[in-house]
Write a protein that binds this ligand. Sequence first.
Ligand SMILES: O=C(CO)COP(=O)(O)O
Length: 251
Amino acid sequence: MMARRPLIAGNWKMNGLKADGEALAKALAAKLKASPPAVDMLVCPPATLVDRVAQAVAGSALAVGGQDCHAEKSGAHTGDVAAVMLKDLGASHVIVGHSERRADHGETSADVRAKAAAAHAAGLVAIICLGETEAERDGGRTLAVVESQFAESLPEGASPDNTVIAYEPVWAIGTGRTPTLAEVAEVHRTIRDLAAKALGKDAAGRLRILYGGSMKPSNAKELLALEDVDGGLIGGASLKVEDFWAIAQSA
Ligand SMILES: O=C(CO)COP(=O)(O)O
């Protein structure tokens, strides 16, 4: 029996105004109600829409998450959002350490670890992102990069119940390119092995490890069929109901 229920998560990034965000979430919630798939589904709208989307899908099986949180609970941090604030709006998850935040905002793995700890303290599941750049892949450093990001980003107290790992090769995000299936399998197996060392074998066996980076209906089935791929973190294709739903159906 499959021990890990797949998680199909949509990262809307900086897309969506009130009307279209609500319509997208409602359409997904309706599909989930009509024909529940054998996966968990999550959408992560921009912070401005978390409240509205959470209210729109309340009572449905569609979970809602944030895309980032601050490491502190409150304070003088203009423009930032605390994990507890996302929780207050009805979020159950938050993405931390996305490569766009690591690149655009200079977030380090130490920052990511503090954010994940804040998410846990607020009662949120932290989706911790990691992945190599193209130069790192070309230089043969993929596994070393993933290993150090994993070691440095995982907080004390992490468990399969409060943490999900997302492997997102930076060069595959929004480019239409993906690693080969063998390359994805190798990285996911490595992450599972790292998790076994950090959390113990049983916990590692329950930990969900998502793949992200140009996942779409045409390649989802083969990616999601890999033994250590337990779902997807989907950007562009999560903005279209039919595409996101098709991906969920192929898990
Ligand atoms: O960054 C991603 C999800 O967090 C992946 O984005 P794309 O699916 O658009 O490549």
